[in-house]
Design a protein around this ligand. Structure first.
Ligand code: NDP
Ligand code: MG
Length: 390
């Protein structure tokens, strides 16, 4: 019998981010033969250089031209090959020296490298949910054609990926994605309307990058995750549900046709789903804290409030709409979040703008990659134009 392909040569795309640094931690914990063979960063190049000193990768990519110009290349280890520009992510994703690509770039900037990794038959440990939201169909085809693997890193999808192994695909009744509810879970509609950037960045249970933290506050993150689940598990919109679980310990659940519900639990720490995406189907000891069953604890569940969090509905709408809807929603949201962080629009205008751009866009049912990229640019421009008018 042929031995399974090696997975231990890992590229971390988006190495300086929250998921990227957690992945580096996991690789150091796992030790040899696991190795970070390639790292990338966009603007935080001094941090990247420090990671290179520690992890000694073969390749390193700096994707932001502006940051690259002022970067002191002398602080990289001498054996490390330096690549520059956005295309360098694709080069790394295709490299024969790489077995596993951890897709941890934020936003649709991660799409081309995720596609390239899939086409090259790599294991893709996917944190970059935006790639699936934008081009779920193309990415699923690329995985099939390249004979690669797409393993979720997102904690909810990792939980479902683990729980779903308890039955056959035809036996799945529905999946239930849990949501922390974010910082505004208990806030009134009026209070949410006047939320500041600081309020929105104050997440109760997870430490994450700024973009996903704002997405958690609007609950757009859960809408993106509903779409992500649709593509990962090949499920229609009406088999995907969302429930608020403020403790963020039950990471999601699968209900089977007989009524059994299988859940995955662990203290909130992304290193566990990252490590599982690397080692699957094996499990290894993990540096994360474990559940403490000698303490009294409680798990709460509440229905998700689609009135106070109108972003949620967009998840199911985009699945039903298909075609170009995911790309347009994602780009509008990325641009709107930036505008909010820049103080140019109010918190509730993030979702208002997204809905408007989605409704206005020129829909196509079976778009090519070029069409998706064009609409991504269009939606970003439109939301800026809309923001200057509101
Ligand atoms: P961060 O903002 O912390 O990190 C993003 C990474 O992407 C950084 O390395 C950044 O480089 C790089 N980057 C940013 N813009 C570009 C660009 N235009 N081109 C290339 N690289 C770029 O984000 P997170 O780690 O929080 O999130 C990463 C992905 O993982 C997102 O898709 C998010 O939705 C997903 N995710 C995150 C979770 C979390 O707990 N953080 C949980 C589940 C999913 P630099 O910093 O050098 O500028
Ligand atoms: Mg998640």
């Amino acid at each position: 019998m042929a031995s399974p392909p090696s997975r231990t040569a890992v590229a971390i795309l988006g190495a300086t981010g929250s998921i990227g640094t957690a992945t580096a931690d996991v690789l150091q914990h796992l030790g040899a033969p696991w190795k970070a063979v390639a790292l990338s960063a966009h603007t935080r190049l001094p941090e990247l250089a420090a990671m290179c000193q520690q992890l000694q990768p073969e390749m390193v990519a700096a994707t932001c031209d502006h940051a690259f110009q002022s970067f002191d290349k002398g602080c990289l280890p001498s054996a490390c090959q330096l690549l520059a520009g956005p295309q360098s992510l694709v080069e790394i994703a295709q490299s024969p020296h790489v077995d596993t690509v951890v897709a941890a770039v934020v936003g649709s900037a991660g799409l081309m490298s995720t596609l390239a990794a899939a086409e090259s038959g790599k294991r893709v440990a996917l944190a970059n949910k935006e790639a699936l939201v934008v081009a779920g169909n193309l990415l699923s085809n690329a995985i099939r054609q390249g004979q690669g693997e797409l393993i979720p890193v997102d904690s909810e999808h990792s939980a479902i990926f683990q729980a779903i192994q308890a039955g056959r695909p035809t036996e799945v009744e529905r999946i239930i994605l849990t949501a922390s509810g974010g910082p505004f879970r208990t806030w009134s509609r009026d209070r949410i309307a006047s939320a500041t950037v600081e309020d929105a960045l104050d997440h109760p249970t997870w430490q994450m990058g700024r973009k996903i933290t704002i997405d958690s506050a609007t609950m757009m993150n859960k809408a993106l995750e509903v779409i992500e689940a649709h593509w990962l598990f090949d499920l229609p919109a009406d088999k995907i549900e969302v429930v608020v679980h403020p403790q963020s310990v039950i990471h999601s659940m699968v209900e089977f046709v007989d009524g059994s519900v299988i859940a995955q639990l662990s203290p909130p720490d992304m290193r566990l789903p990252i490590q599982y995406a690397l080692t699957f189907p094996d499990r290894e000891t993990c540096p994360c804290p474990k559940m403490n069953w000698s303490e009294t604890m409680r798990f709460d569940f509440e229905p998700a409030d689609r009135d106070r969090f109108p972003a949620l509905e967009l998840g199911w709408e985009v699945i039903r709409g298909g075609g170009t809807c995911g790309a347009v929603l994602n780009a509008a949201n990325e641009a709107a979040v930036e505008l909010f962080l820049d103080g140019q629009i109010a918190f509730t205008e993030i979702v208002q703008g997204c809905r408007r751009i989605l409704e206005e866009h020129h829909f196509s049912p079976n778009p090519s990659l070029e069409e998706l990229l064009r609409l991504d640019r269009w939606a970003r421009q439109e939301i800026k134009r809309w923001a200057s008018l509101v």
